[in-house]
Design a protein around this ligand. Sequence first.
Ligand SMILES: [Zn+2]
Length: 186
Amino acid sequence: MSFTWTAHRFSGGALALDIANSVVLRFDPERRIDRFADPAAMDSFAEAASLYSAERERFGTLAPAPPENRKSLIGLREATDRHFRAQVEAEDRPDLLADLLEAIAAVLRRPAGNSRGTSLDVATAHSALSLIANPEPDRLKICPNCCWLFLDRSRNKSRTWCDMAVCGNRTKARRHYRRNRQGVQP
Ligand SMILES: [Zn+2]
């Protein structure tokens, strides 16, 4: 069965973060899933991003990255994840910023191909550049359930989960299950 990109997969609040989040449970070697391991899912991401990404108005209809650019998009994805994760952890890592800038440059140097619309790799590079140029450290967060990066756009910056309906409820359900199993009253 092929994988479908739902609105939930675009909880990052910026295209570059949604791309980084195409790896689920990144730090759990047993449950980690790289959705871009399947090139077809990488291609269908572009269409779904045109519908669901917080930056859909900025980039319009996105075309899939040309096959020869897939590798540089993955490089950009990994550099994006490392840099912004270090930002959330308040680590001083100028080397990770340098890596990300190089990954952006690698994408922008490649011919974009003759696809209609902006290609996904180029749009992701511009999205990452915007996040670097306009950092929002008090809004950039990591979901404690799925480890996704996201921008908390809530008015009082009080969001904990990438998506309350998915990660918030899953965590609540787990807690409920544990309590009941242990016979502890809520
Ligand atoms: Zn989450």
